[in-house]
Design a protein around this ligand. Structure first.
Ligand code: 16G
Ligand code: ZN
Length: 529
């Protein structure tokens, strides 16, 4: 077939280094940019097949998120803007690792297994972040998509690309599949929602944003011009001088538990950091004694779920809300949510696709990883119930107000995936409506001191976990060793898991004091060797 001749011709321009083996992991493919040209080309091919199979638009995002500038990566986005389905992750790995001469056979194998009609039209949306390597790598993806009607969005955040794919496949029901459509939908919803904030001073409308010297910086600027001064953003690490993710960004701030370079923080002022592709956000401030306070994904989930739960109660709406977390969620957050707020809490494995999936099982699913990646999902039925109540003229004022607030909240949220810009607008609106300072938000509960370490081992795959990564089931004896170390400390908890993105084992420990958390993490990492 003509198509296959073209594949052979094009693939010769994107040759695979013989013997190189890469895996489609939690974050797609991710490694040094120099090793990725053939991967990009092949993911262009695979996205085209996935589009033919689903008869829908598929997304390909070229980014390595919070990794250093030298790295890059690629992820596929399924029709509703979600992560690609697991079977196709396996195909991605298969296609990526086929030696040059075996590429066609591997491609045909997928076509056959999935009974793909090759004459079906395909549509692929491609996006990239600001890395210098993203220019040529996204071209390689387009070579793979080749003549098959790809649409290149150029520079976008990861969640913007997810959003575009979803809009396209819902024929505009979710929004308009353009950048303008994205900005207009979110900004109008934000302006509508913040009308409910009375007595908000200009000072309270101020937020400092660390753009991680990446795509989020460019895009938050574009968003700001739509916000009609309802939010005043001081952007730093905007990419004009600093290096991507270097000493800045959400991952740096969360892991180092300190402010990014370039932050000028007056005591009590709100700051937030995006990561390199703007799908994560964390907040922070310094207090009057100069102490740094981090408000991570767990604090964000608590703020959002408290807000939603209060509105549901006031509206008298019987909708089941749950918060989905991972093993990394601070123990205090889980206790607060379960014991004080009485909300259902679910724990899943690390990785957005797992949280997203679990959140879909509820009327309203709030999911956040502690690292700041998360969003809120509303079921169709929940959206309809809220809409009906908001339109019902017979209900009392307080109920009506709550229903209207809920209705205005929904379009601020990018439900396809965690989105730093959308999360930022939602958090800012909630703080304004509740008349809450960042200190008051922080005081909802106190984090247990914690420590994360990474350990290099000969083969991280010998560690196998269960119970949403909270227990190690192999190697034998490891969990027992961790249990006995944990017993030495008060309010302690610890777990280990093989990283899905780096060749290391991660260790997490929390305890009553920072000293205890540090020494527990250290002792557990010794037990891993
Ligand atoms: C990826 C995941 C993130 C997860 C992290 C864990 C997505 C979009 N991103 O960045 O959710 O927290 O991997 O990395 O799923 P690790 O396995 O190296 O600890
Ligand atoms: Zn990211």
């Amino acid at each position: 077939m003509v198509q296959f001749q073209e594949v052979t011709k094009q693939s010769a321009l994107h040759p695979k280094p013989a013997g190189l083996v890469l895996q489609y992991g939690t974050a797609g493919f991710r490694t040094n940019a120099k090793l990725l040209d053939h991967i990009m080309f092949r993911m262009g091919l695979l996205a085209t097949l996935r589009s033919k199979k689903t008869k829908a638009t598929i997304g390909v995002m070229v980014t390595a998120s919070h990794n250093p500038e030298e790295d890059n990566g690629v992820k596929l986005v399924d029709p509703m803007g979600e992560m690609v389905t697991p079977t196709w992750e396996v195909y991605a790995t298969q296609l990526a690792n086929a030696e040059q001469d075996d590429l066609l056979a591997s491609l045909k194998d997928i076509i056959e297994k999935e009974s793909i009609n090759m004459s079906q039209e395909a549509n692929v949306f491609v996006g990239k972040d600001t890395r210098s390597s993203s220019v040529s790598l996204s071209k390689a993806v387009l070579d793979g998509v080749s003549a098959l009607a790809g649409h290149n969005y150029g520079l976008v955040t990861t969640p913007q690309l997810h959003y575009m794919v979803c809009c396209q496949n819902t024929q505009g029901e979710y929004g308009e599949a353009t950048m303008k459509g994205y900005y207009t939908k979110l900004s109008q919803a934000f302006i509508q929602l913040t009308k409910n904030a009375s007595n908000c001073t200009d000072d309270q409308k101020h937020l400092s944003v660390d753009g991680a010297n990446g795509i989020g910086a460019l895009k938050v600027r574009e968003m700001e011009s739509h916000l009609k001064k309802e939010l005043h953003i001081s952007l730093f690490n905007d990419g004009s001088t600093g290096k991507l993710n270097h000493q800045c960004g959400a991952d740096f701030v969360k892991v180092q538990q300190k402010p990014p370079t370039g932050a000028t923080m007056n005591s009590g002022e709100r700051c937030c950091s995006f990561d390199g592709d703007a799908d994560r956000i964390v907040y922070y401030y310094t207090d009057s004694e100069g102490r740094f306070h981090l408000l991570d994904g767990d604090k964000v989930a608590t703020l959002i779920s408290t807000f939603l739960k209060e509105l549901l109660t006031q509206a008298g709406l019987d909708l089941e809300m749950a918060v989905v977390q991972t093993a990394y969620a601070n123990g205090s957050s889980t206790n607060y949510l379960e014991d004080t707020m009485k909300v259902t809490v679910r724990c899943t494995k690390t990785g957005v696709k797992h949280l997203h999936h679990a959140a879909q099982e509820f009327d309203i699913g709030v999911y956040f990883e502690a690292n700041g990646h998360g969003t809120v999902l509303f079921s169709k039925a929940a959206e309809e119930k809220i809409q009906r109540l908001a339109e019902d003229s017979s209900v009392a004022n307080e109920r009506k107000r709550a229903a209207l607030l809920l209705r205005s909240t929904i379009p601020v949220i990018n439900q396809t995936v965690g989105d730093a810009i959308s999360d930022m607008l939602l958090i800012e609106a909630i703080l304004a409506i509740k008349g809450m300072t960042i200190q008051q938000w922080d005081a909802i509960y106190s984090d247990l001191p914690n420590r994360q370490l990474k350990v290099k081992v000969a083969d991280r795959r010998v560690i196998d976990t269960a119970d949403a990564e909270r227990r190690a089931v192999s190697p034998k004896g490891l969990q027992e060793a961790i249990d006995s170390l944990v017993r030495k400390y008060r309010e302690a908890r610890s777990f280990v898991r093989p990283s899905g993105t780096e060749d290391v084992v991660r260790v997490y420990a929390e305890a009553e004091t920072q000293e205890s958390a540090d020494s527990l993490a250290h002792e557990v990492s010794l037990a891993v060797y």
